[in-house]
Design a protein around this ligand. Structure first.
Ligand code: AQP
Length: 330
């Protein structure tokens, strides 16, 4: 079976972008592949270093993944920091990553713009740690949202450089999504991608109450509507259709698409329908996550079990890597 690896940062509450970019794929992939899914707690320290939030966020991400449909009996679920072999591989891969290429990564440039006072080396080498996360299990398919596409390209480069320099060890990992294109859910205010730590009022969280969901969708950005038949859709309207395609019945989507193309669309009606379908989608996940989060002993058990299995696979890869690099003296 092919090996699948993917992680989510413990930086807050999961949202629809995380669900449709990543988790939805995880749920299908667990039936077909050998899956390693992890909470990327080290990655979260690049921007969210506060110790008092970390533990809660780690277990929240775990619980929300399980509530969304991940089965801990079918996949290996663990915290990144429970697998120290990843850190060693990260160190080794750093010798294959060049400062110039790391500085050019658009997500790095964004982070520098957002917070120029905290341009730490962890941020710069984020794609290297991400590569170690994947390559430590010799992962091939990586279910992620569109924002991660470029990082995956770098992972392929690092894998290739290692293989060329030391001998074949790593397959070249590819970003994966069950539709063809990778998914990008925009924020409801139309500003950039939906993310855990941006505008809360324009982000639909998997923990949102029914009323919060209705209110946020009601306030989502729209305009006066198309002025001519078959007009080009602005991004923020296309995003509402994307969401609708994900949670509503195909006939419903078709009705509103036709209305858009005939200039007869009423965004108020569309948003009302979308809100109800979204409530029906999110409410069961929210309720399940709440109940899973009450059972700390269960969550601890899953993390420990997962870490043990992840370390077995990680240790095997690391031993090979050391040997190929000549780090085997005794
Ligand atoms: N808007 C999105 N559309 C599609 N996929 C998305 N992902 C994230 N946002 C979208 C995918 O979710 C997985 C986990 O990513 P992450 O932990 O980096 O999530 P985030 O919401 O981007 O988190 P942060 O911490 O708030 O990040 P910043 O501050 O960087 O925006 C990935 O597979 C990602 O592609």
């Amino acid at each position: 079976k092919e090996i699948v690896v993917s992680g989510i940062r413990s930086t807050g509450i999961l949202h629809l972008g995380n669900y449709f970019g990543a988790i939805r794929n995880y749920i299908r992939m667990q039936e077909e592949f050998n899956c390693y899914f992890f909470v990327a707690d080290w990655h979260s320290l690049t921007t969210h270093p506060d110790p008092k939030d970390l533990r809660g966020n780690v277990f929240r991400v775990l619980a929300e993944n399980i509530a969304s449909g991940l089965d801990p009996e079918k996949v290996i679920l663990y915290a990144q920091s429970d697998v120290p072999e990843i850190a060693e591989l990260y160190l080794l891969l750093n010798m294959m990553a060049y400062k110039g290429e790391l500085e050019k990564v658009p997500t790095f440039k964004d982070k520098v713009r957002q917070n120029p006072d905290n341009v730490n080396a962890g941020l710069l080498t984020y794609p290297v740690l991400m590569s170690a996360d994947i390559l430590i299990h010799r992962g091939l398919k990586v279910p992620v949202g569109k924002d991660q596409e470029q990082h995956l390209e770098m992972s392929r480069n690092f894998a290739q450089r290692f293989n060329n320099r030391y001998g074949y060890l790593f397959p070249e990992p590819v970003a994966f999504n069950y539709g063809d294109d990778l998914v990008r859910i925009m924020s409801l205010d139309g500003n950039g991608k939906m993310s855990k730590s941006e505008n809360e009022n324009a982000t639909l969280y998997l923990s949102d109450t029914d009323d919060a969901i209705r209110n946020k969708i009601k306030k989502a950005k729209t305009d006066a509507g198309p002025q001519e038949p078959n007009s080009l859709m602005p991004d923020y309207i296309a995003n509402l259709f994307t969401l609708m395609r994900l949670v509503s019945a195909p006939e419903t989507v078709q009705t509103f698409e036709d209305a858009f193309n005939n200039c007869g669309i009423r965004y108020g009606d569309m948003k009302k329908q979308l809100a109800e379908d979204m409530v029906a989608f999110i409410a069961p996940i929210r309720e399940k996550a709440e109940s899973i989060r009450q059972d700390q002993a269960y969550l601890n058990r899953i993390m420990r079990q997962g870490a043990e299995k992840a370390r077995e696979s990680a240790t095997r890869t690391l031993q090979e890597a050391r040997k190929l690099m000549g780090i085997n003296y005794y």
